[in-house]
Design a protein around this ligand. Sequence first.
Ligand SMILES: Nc1ncnc2c1ncn2[C@@H]1O[C@H](COP(=O)(O)OP(=O)(O)OP(=O)(O)O)[C@@H](O)[C@H]1O
Length: 554
Amino acid sequence: MQFAEFATRAAEVEAEPADLETITLVASILDDADAALPIVARFVQGRVFPAYSERKLDIGPRLCREAIARAAGPNVDADDVEDELAETGDIGGVAASYDVGGQRGLGAFTDTGGDDLDVREVYDELTGLAAAAGSGSEDAKVATLFGLLTRCETDAETRYLARLVLGEMRIGVGEGTVRDATAEAFDVPVAAVARALQVSNDYGLVAETARDRGVDGLDAVHLDIGRPVKAMLAQAGSVADALGAWDDVAVEPKFDGARVQLHHNPDGPTEVFSRNMEDVTDALPEVVEFAEAHLDVPAILDGEVVAVDDEGDPLPFQEVLRRFRRKHDVERMREEVRVELRAFDCLHAAGDDLLNVPLVERHATLSELLDGTDAVSEFLVSDDPDEIEAVAADALDAGHEGVMLKDPESAYTPGKRGKQWLKRKPDVETLDLVVTGAEWGEGRRAETLGTFLLSARTDDGYETIGKVATGLDDEELAALDDRLAPYVRDEDGQTVEIDPAVVLEVGYEEIQRSPTYSSGYALRFPRFLAVRDDKDPADADSLARVERLAEKQS
Ligand SMILES: Nc1ncnc2c1ncn2[C@@H]1O[C@H](COP(=O)(O)OP(=O)(O)OP(=O)(O)O)[C@@H](O)[C@H]1O
């Protein structure tokens, strides 16, 4: 499929307000995509690679603005692009407003002789771009993007290319639309598509399978060792909620660590993925060694990596983050912070997918697999509130964060924040907020950013809620500086504007109503607790949650 064709069709989808019509339009794009189907099934969602893929474009708005400015010619610079963007908020519209290809006028209406961009070519170029790393990689990325932009012959191509590289097509197509469109295009049941998506996380694979092998092919899509699935998530809840909803409650410690999915294959590599499906294997050699020593069948386990002291007792979450996702000095840090696996679920064992097997049975399988180790969560099924409270008290005494309450009969539903898992934490809630600005430090800290402006997520952006300056030591400040540097958008004297990318966990004493910040709220005594490297801005706390917490206080 030509990229111009894809872009024209994307514009039709964008212009269509009705959901059902949108599904039909997307279905027809999928139907016409031919060999490019797997790519098109992702591009319509603003995704270049499958969600589980290690590959990331890592193009921030800054690089995109530079490439657009360069493609727009000598009279435009990145600041001009930024000014326009500030007005419209749409990188695609801004890109399309320039004559990036230098081929407008007659050229746009005539056959230009076969230099048309193909969807696959765009994908291949972006794949090459994603592989760029190390010094000079930013220039290489801008150069590739510039090259692609100059080959765009229509405004629509420019618009959707710019949006695609920033991961936001803005055509109203989400995962559900592509799921339904796949079913409609290839005449297969939505439920079969949904199941295949749950276990594969790959819209391209599922669309192609639906088209080429129908419902039987979809039913044959299984969990794959080495291909992570989304983590099942929890809601906040109480023992009364749990006992009100189910006959029995399974209660487990809530470990204060980082979520991992362990994929073990006795004949292949053992891999460890984060909650965002990022490969964190190299950062956690102990977990790999543990799996290799104790598992002798193929397995996919869900759990938490915790930092422990010499007695094996849990250390605070911040300690784990010193190890998680670490790329350098892993062996040295291993001496400083010991980490261990605490597994609480089993998605696959010895060739069997267990997603639809009740939790009690999955946990029993997990216990069998890891028999004789300390790595399996303690698991009590009870209908007695006192007994459950006693487990909760023990969990806190043992240094855990609280307890998880789970429906013992529930299936494992990847990616769902359902009511089958409830988390009960006695501590004052913390907030995960996005850094959207900063101020340079003073005195000894004048060389680093010292105060960070925090924002809560809303449906269409971010609203500021406070500033945090306490709780960071020099090493943490320096590390945070490095994390934020690629996202600096603008600087004006003491203050710096930062694109939303980094999430901080902060504690506070109270949430107050306040006109000082755009959210209408302010945090009293905010303090830094951790950089939530395991979360994207989209996972940060919403303003709605801030409002709920504020209400609960009064
Ligand atoms: N026994 C357990 N069962 C399930 N999840 C557990 C358990 N112990 C710790 N956890 C952690 O608790 C989280 C469940 O809460 P939730 O789904 O809301 O994720 P979260 O947003 O990361 O929450 P939090 O910030 O409270 O850890 C899981 O993602 C997991 O990391």
